[in-house]
Design a protein around this ligand. Structure first.
Ligand code: GLP
Length: 247
């Protein structure tokens, strides 16, 4: 694992955007794995700026998002479909037919999971996977559990996640209780992974991801077994890492 502790959220976003842009320059038909949440927002803004200013070309790029709430239609402003469209896809030249997000409206979620994993495989696998991290060290919507879920699957969200994500909703009761998420194996099969975290409320999760014991009770800890992971944090999210390094 490579760990980059930056001075600010803005610097964290810049480092991440550089890696994504570099990936696309080197391999214009890259398959990206993308994340939602507040953390990657500024990275998306920076990539849009690179697209506008120097023509970073997304025309051959394919993207697969990590997750979606179950029962939420793509035009619902709280859906991850809506988030990606309005924060990223509408501002770059990615082709709509190259954008993939799990269908939270699918009648048969298990079949949707199988379809999604098969599609990722068919496109040659994910070259670069961007991840945020939950306060409980979840990645995608892989919540702490007694085992690692391998493939794209239905998830019951943890109370802590529901509470954390309620900031995007009118109130907590409106947060969906279920989601469909890429599984740990799906994420681990990505050739490169970049995990981003910002803010002191992520410090413990980041510590567990980097130095904790590898356990499904801290899903991000599995990344210690991946051969190409870069963790980019601001100094608040990296606070416990720095303490560990000084010991
Ligand atoms: C959500 C998403 C994750 C995301 C995490 C952290 O539950 N499913 O993919 O990484 O929460 O979100 P944020 O970046 O807003 O803190």
């Amino acid at each position: 694992m490579r760990v980059i502790v930056t001075n600010s959220y803005d610097e964290m976003s810049k480092e991440a955007a550089k890696i994504v842009a570099g990936q696309i320059y080197l391999k214009p038909d890259s398959v990206l794995g993308l994340a939602t949440g507040s953390t990657p927002l500024q990275m998306y803004k920076k990539l849009i700026a690179v697209h506008e200013m120097v023509g970073l070309d997304f025309s051959q790029v394919t993207s697969f998002n990590l997750d979606e709430y179950i029962g939420m239609s793509p035009d619902n402003p709280q859906s991850y479909h809506y988030f990606m469209k309005h924060n990223f896809f509408d501002f770059i030249n990615i082709k709509p037919e190259n954008i993939f997000i799990p269908d939270g409206m699918a009648k048969d979620i298990d079949a949707e999971g199988r379809r999604y994993d098969a599609l990722i495989e068919e496109k040659g696998g994910i070259d670069l996977q961007i991840l945020g991290i939950g306060r409980n060290a979840h990645i995608g919507f892989n919540e702490p559990d007694i085992k690692f879920e391998a493939t794209t699957h239905k998830v019951k969200l943890d109370d802590e996640t529901i509470e954390a994500n309620s900031r995007f909703f009118e109130n907590e009761s409106e947060v969906p209780r279920y989601a469909i998420s890429m599984g740990i194996k799906t994420i681990m099969l990505a050739k490169k992974v970049v995990l981003l975290a910002s803010g002191s409320n992520k410090a413990e999760a980041v510590y567990n991801a980097v130095y904790g014991s590898i356990s499904p009770s801290a899903p991000a800890s599995i990344l210690q077994l991946h051969r190409d992971v870069t963790v980019i944090v601001d100094k608040e999210a990296g606070a416990l890492l720095q303490k560990h390094a000084q010991q």
